[in-house]
Design a protein. Structure first.
Length: 227
């Protein structure tokens, strides 16, 4: 009987862990959030940045280098999120698409939000604030270079994600977005363990508690028989 109970408790703990990982889960005291595909997103936003492969001051690259220099959230391996509008959302080449489409449930043509039913991403409070407090929404740079030729113009382009219409497109220094010209925001991401540490710890605590209860019952039963 006890083995059966323990089995149910084990399954329950695993289910609780998986449920906690079904949406972005706040970790590292709110400095970051993990998703179900092993990505950890920094809960901070670089704003009004340029895009510079050489890491020029004021660029998205310089911003993420600053996060690593300061060990933001306790880590020094943050990178700019990848994004590629010509590929489907995934955790490798299109991480921005993975976050905004898969994890947060946004759809092309509709304003991006982080609180869609069943797709709650509000653990990224800084990202949510950048989107909701800007009258023109936000554009987020990706770390993916599009190329030096686009739209019959020979310039350097990179991918961006635009929150007003939940779309990705090529971007350059001549692209206008509201009052901004060629500048945007940036998000940082890193590969994280597949199992969310907070969820794993919670599941382990539940199992240890269950084992303690079962041991206590066995001890009580043994004492009763001894009498």
């Amino acid at each position: 009987m006890n083995r059966t109970i323990l089995g149910f408790l084990t399954v329950g703990a695993m289910a609780a862990s998986l449920s906690a990982r079904a949406q972005l889960t706040s970790v590292d005291h709110g400095a970051a959030a993990t998703d179900r595909n092993g990505l950890m997103w920094a809960n901070t936003v670089g704003t009004n940045l340029s895009w510079s492969p050489t890491g020029a001051a004021g660029s998205a690259q310089a911003w993420v280098a600053g996060l690593n220099a300061s060990d933001y959230g306790g880590y020094n391996n943050w990178t700019l999120a990848t994004g590629n509008g010509s590929t489907g959302a995934n955790s490798m080449t299109n991480q921005l698409g993975e976050l905004f489409y898969t994890d947060c449930g946004n759809s092309l043509g509709t304003p991006s939000v982080l609180n869609r039913a069943g797709k709650n991403c509000t653990a990224l409070s800084k990202v949510n604030s950048a989107i909701t407090n800007s009258p023109i929404g936000s554009i987020f740079f990706s770390g993916s270079l599009y190329g030096t030729t686009c739209c019959n113009i020979d310039q350097t382009y990179w991918w961006v994600y635009q929150t007003p219409a939940s779309r990705q497109q090529a971007w350059n220094f001549d692209t206008n977005f509201g009052p901004q010209v060629g500048t945007g925001d940036a998000l940082a991401v890193r590969k994280a363990p597949e199992i969310d540490p907070a969820s794993a710890a919670s599941g382990l605590t539940l199992l240890l508690g269950a084992l303690a209860v079962l041991r206590g019952r066995r001890t009580s039963a043994a004492k009763a028989l001894a009498r």
